[in-house]
Write a protein that binds this ligand. Structure first.
Ligand code: LMR
Length: 328
């Protein structure tokens, strides 16, 4: 009988091995709205590379850039339906799921990207990764893009230059309030529509990072870019609770460490590309750079900072204090 058990075991293991050989790898989808040649685009591709290298034959990661699969209006809903397993919306796009992340949209809160990074890595910042857990959205990490600049078809030197102009914004009430504060008209639109809206002059301006303004060619249809550094555009890489908890623990660990490495690469690219893409825009001579004097910049600060008070209750005063503490 021992012999027959051994025979059976061998047969069983051969069967298992051959089943593994023939088993199709599980498809994982990562959807995003930007171009491949961006911090987020490169991060997603690195993640794919690492997963397929570390879990060969078990998983394939298919990355869908440029809102090809899902766009701003449906990527989080698709995540919760498990139609996509990873998305990385900007921090401004979660307000239907939590009001806590609105902190990142407060104008003139962070002095620079180092301050943003310090806050994100702090205890308060890490806590925010869990802000949507009860809604089934799991925050796995922050990814940088950069500071936002204003662009328009006229030079924006002082706040009154924005008065009456239409600006495309991400779906964020804080950003809407920021433009209301200078008498502008904010229009919430998905990222995929921005170029056409600017080109057809349906809207006058927008705010974005150097990377997005360059990769989406917004600078070709905007005459002026004001170097305002008035806010941050960063991302949270999220998955669904259903998918994440459904992964075997050992695989989940590989997914998490691979994602951390991919994010580190994305952050490095973000730091480099900010300057490179700004330079490429300036070299193109398609739009002119508006540099603010300290006095002019102070006018924007004075006009927009009152927005903080409106959202303080939703965001939490302690969070705002923690973010400000990251500036020094
Ligand atoms: C935007 O909508 O302007 C950005 O959030 C796009 C992105 O993902 O960087």
């Amino acid at each position: 009988t021992l012999k027959s058990i051994a025979k059976f075991a061998t047969a069983a293991s051969i069967l298992t091995v051959s089943l593994n050989v023939f088993a199709e790898p599980i498809e994982i989808k990562f959807s995003h709205v930007v171009a491949e040649n961006t911090p987020k685009g490169q991060m997603a591709l690195k993640f794919k590379e690492l997963i397929e290298q570390r879990l060969p034959g078990e998983y394939v990661v298919n990355v869908f850039p440029n809102s090809q699969l899902f766009g701003d209006n449906n990527e989080l809903a698709a995540l919760l339906l498990n139609d996509v397993q990873f998305v990385a919306p900007s921090l401004s796009k979660f307000e239907r799921y939590t009001k806590k992340l609105q902190i990142f949209d407060l104008p003139f809160l962070f002095e620079d990207m180092d301050a943003v990074d310090r806050f994100q890595q702090s205890e308060s910042g890490q806590k925010l990764l869990n802000a949507m857990n009860r809604k089934g959205v799991v925050g796995l990490g922050y990814l940088h893009n950069g500071m936002k600049q204003f662009s328009a078809n006229d030079p924006l030197n002082v706040p009154k230059d924005a008065n009456g102009k239409k600006f495309r914004i991400m779906a964020s009430d804080v950003i809407a309030a920021q433009f209301d504060a200078v008498g502008a008209i904010p229009v919430k639109k998905p990222f995929s529509e921005v170029f056409t809206l600017l080109q057809t002059r349906a809207i006058d301006g927008q705010e974005n990072t150097w990377s997005n303004t360059y990769s989406m060619k917004f600078y070709e249809v905007q005459s002026h870019i004001t170097e305002s550094n008035h806010g941050v555009l960063d991302y949270m890489v999220v998955t669904s609770n259903t998918f994440w908890k459904g992964l075997p623990a050992d695989k989940r660990a590989v997914f998490k460490s691979s994602l951390d490495e991919a994010i580190a690469l994305g952050n490095k690219i973000a730091a480099e590309k900010g300057n490179e893409d700004k330079q490429a825009i300036l070299d193109s001579n398609r739009s002119k750079l508006v540099t603010l004097t300290p006095e002019a910049r102070q006018q924007w600060v004075n006009a927009m900072k009152p927005v903080w008070a409106k959202f303080e209750d939703q965001i939490g005063k302690d969070m705002i204090d923690a973010a400000q503490a990251a500036n020094t």
